[in-house]
Design a protein around this ligand. Structure first.
Ligand code: GDP
Length: 184
């Protein structure tokens, strides 16, 4: 997996993309590192440092990392900026987005912003897979609660832990399948 760049104008128009979304601190950078099997994304002590879109290649798919949302200290202006970045990307590359991995913290469960994002992705007819992060950390009760709250979305749910390597093979298999489907 190679780091490619971070500006919307740099994105090739004819490539298949997987979009990774999630609130700040959900474990997005760690998940990218686990998929890449190397330290490619910065794992931040401070939440909310990924300000622009970054992309990484894996299985001939461009994985697009998006800025984390919902960081408490962010201003409304910053939140609007976030929404514009995502919206622009979807407007420009929507047809090439194979799938969105919407990351949800299995300990915290879906936040209001998570719910809004999933509804938004639905409104754009994007294929969304819910990726639960940090399952190693969640108690049985927390995990059950999170799963229960996600039921209504009727989406595929993949449970992952970047720390223990849970679900990473499954995510890679999905990516491979999607890349083959695209070639047909
Ligand atoms: P990002 O802000 O979404 O990119 O999140 P990071 O990948 O930087 O992770 C945020 C915090 O959660 C860091 O302290 C990580 O060490 C921790 N973290 C990430 N993934 C896991 C996981 O699978 N299990 C556990 N226990 N902690 C995790």
């Amino acid at each position: 997996m190679k780091f490619k760049g971070s500006y919307v104008k740099d994105f090739p128009e004819d490539k298949p993309y997987i979009l990774l979304t999630g609130r700040s601190n959900v474990g997005k950078s760690s998940l990218i590192n686990a998929i890449a099997n190397t330290k490619i994304a910065r794992v931040s002590k401070e939440p909310g440092l990924t300000a622009t879109l970054n992309f990484y290649i894996e299985e001939n798919i461009y994985i697009v990392d998006t800025p984390g949302y919902g960081y408490a200290k962010r201003s409304k202006e910053e939140r609007n900026k976030w929404a514009n970045i995502i919206n622009d990307f979807i407007e420009n590359y929507g047809e090439n987005i194979l799938c969105v991995f919407a990351l949800i913290d299995s300990v915290v469960g879906p936040t209001e912003l998570d719910n809004m994002l999933i509804d938004y992705l639905d409104s754009k007819s994007l294929n969304t897979i819910l990726v639960l992060t940090k399952v190693d950390k969640a108690t049985q009760k927390e995990l059950a609660n999170t799963l229960n709250r996600l039921k209504a979305f009727d989406k595929n749910i993949i449970q992952t832990s970047s720390k223990d390597g849970i679900g990473i093979k499954q995510l890679k298999a999905i990516m491979k399948e999607l890349s083959h489907a695209k070639k047909r």
